[in-house]
Ligand binder design. Structure first.
Ligand code: PEP
Length: 256
């Protein structure tokens, strides 16, 4: 596979400041230079943990990137409770998750919001990890590809080719997130291939060929191999299994 694999850990709303430092240190202790030679490893802690986590990694010279889990599209102003792209940039973020199904489902994030966030991130030099994925109802109805590809089109709307090229897409079927129920490699591959075809329609074959498409949804050391063997799956966005350094390390090593 010519694309550089990526393993990104989404810590969600887990780990206090002190706990985040411990987990970052445990992951950093396992870091080997071949990780960053061959792939991108990313950890996405809660906002308040971004600075301490990036400090630990920088101090150890572990080339593990730090990402946020969300962002607001305005750069500054009267937006109580929000965090902007320049704020993320200054604490060392190079990636940011957008459109996670928990943000869409629990906090009302729309396709339009996702698009605004993607544009703000790209404008500020941070790579968006754009999450898309269908509910169980949509899957059972047989409209998964249409639903997911519409989310992809909305997230990328109005971008130029060189801007789209900065993005990563994560296919995360909602029914597989935190449930222990993983998509089969074949199910995940089919949707990831449809996502890549949509990117090709919008931005051409080269952008599509180079774009990382991750799978997320109960990925763990026991199922990672089958998923990573698929030609259109370039890595994982990991929730539960990213909260323990041992399992995260195993997932990283499955990319070699
Ligand atoms: C996620 O939240 O992005 C995720 C994939 O979670 P889990 O791995 O726990 O299913």
């Amino acid at each position: 596979m010519s694309r550089r694999p990526m393993m990104a850990g989404n810590w969600k709303m887990n780990n206090t400041y002190g706990e985040a430092v411990v987990l970052a240190q445990e992951i950093s202790n396992r870091y080997e230079p071949r990780w960053s030679d061959r792939m991108d490893v990313v950890v996405c802690p809660p906002y308040i943990d971004l600075k301490p986590v990036s400090t630990v990694l920088e101090f150890d010279k572990s080339h593990i990137a730090v990402g946020a889990q969300n962002v607001y599209w305005e750069a500054s102003g009267a937006y109580t409770g929000e965090i902007s792209v320049p704020m993320l940039k200054e604490v060392g973020c190079t990636y940011c998750i957008v459109g996670h199904s928990e943000r869409r489902g629990l906090f009302g994030e729309t396709n339009e919001d996702v698009n605004r966030k993607v544009k703000a991130l790209i404008g500020g030099g941070i790579s968006p990890i754009i999450c898309v994925g269908e509910s169980l109802a949509v899957r059972e109805e047989g409209t998964t590809d249409e639903f997911v590809c519409a989310q992809v089109k909305a997230a990328f709307a109005g971008l130029a080719d060189h801007q789209a090229a900065k993005c990563v897409v994560a296919y995360e079927p909602i029914w597989a997130i935190g449930t222990g129920r993983t998509a089969t490699p074949e199910q995940a591959e089919a949707v990831c291939a449809a996502i890549r075809a949509t990117v090709a329609e919008m931005f051409g074959d080269q952008v599509a060929e180079n774009m990382r498409v991750l799978y997320g949804g109960s990925m763990n050391p026991g199922n990672v191999e089958g998923l990573m063997a698929q030609p259109n799956i370039d890595g994982g966005l990991i929730g539960g299994a990213a909260l323990k350094a041992d399992s995260f390390e195993q997932l990283v090593k499955a990319c070699f």
